[in-house]
Design a protein around this ligand. Structure first.
Ligand SMILES: [Zn+2]
Length: 220
């Protein structure tokens, strides 16, 4: 608890510093210069995994890379806000351009979670934080029980591309809830590279009879 308090205090101090470049010029969690440098992707599906459209908001270049890295590995939990805001802008555009009706009545937000031990070490689950912020922006409810990470895997970026699928195999479990049977399962993750993690999660979701899945990632 002391550790958590200290981290929240550290976040307060750092709050006015840009999570990417560390400048405090604009008093923003993501400064204007960094915001301008992100490379937006088109509002159409960048990838398809097992028939599920994957919409990625940004190219995984320096700015987004630093944002995700600082968020995930350097305890900058305040990065959740700009990350969710950026994702929300993309979400709105995707829905508009693809005529998708994803609303609070017909959808539920879920994320690719971290393992409980990793959450204990970090003090938070970064994708859960994004999801909570996104829920406020979209009005769509979240569910953190559907997908659980049951195996504490080595981070995918440390694994060779051809071993990534093996690394996440059996790492997640999915529970089926009747109440979500006909809902859109809006799956959120920070990053897609080889797609091994999302492939694993989507396979479990489908196996559990969730049929309407759509996926958004911050970067690819
Ligand atoms: Zn900056």
């Amino acid at each position: 608890m002391l550790k958590n308090l200290f981290e929240q205090f550290a976040d307060l101090i750092y709050k006015q510093k840009c999570v990417v470049c560390g400048c405090s010029k604009t008093n923003q969690i993501l400064c204007k210069t960094c915001l301008k440098s992100v490379q937006k992707l088109s509002p159409f599906a960048q990838r398809k995994i097992q028939g599920v459209d994957i919409f990625c908001a940004f190219r995984y270049e320096e700015t987004i890379k630093k944002l995700i890295r600082n968020f995930k590995f350097n305890k900058r939990r305040s990065a959740a806000k700009p990350a969710a805001k950026l994702l929300f802008e993309h979400f709105k555009q995707v829905c508009k351009e693809n005529n998708l009706d994803i609303n609070p009545k017909n959808s539920i937000l879920v994320c690719v979670p971290s393992h409980p031990f990793r959450i204990f070490q970090r003090g938070y689950c970064h994708t859960e934080l994004i999801l909570k912020e996104l829920s406020v922006l979209t009005g769509i409810d979240t569910d953190f029980n559907i997908i659980k990470k049951v195996k504490n895997t080595t981070p995918q970026y440390k694994i060779k591309a051809n071993k990534k699928a093996q690394n996440v195999h059996g790492a997640f479990s999915v529970i089926f809830y009747e109440k979500y049977k006909n809902k859109n399962i809006v799956l959120i993750d920070d990053l897609i590279t080889t797609g091994a993690t999302l492939n694993e999660v989507i396979a479990h979701l489908k196996e559990a009879s969730y049929n309407n899945i759509i996926c958004f990632t911050l970067a690819c």
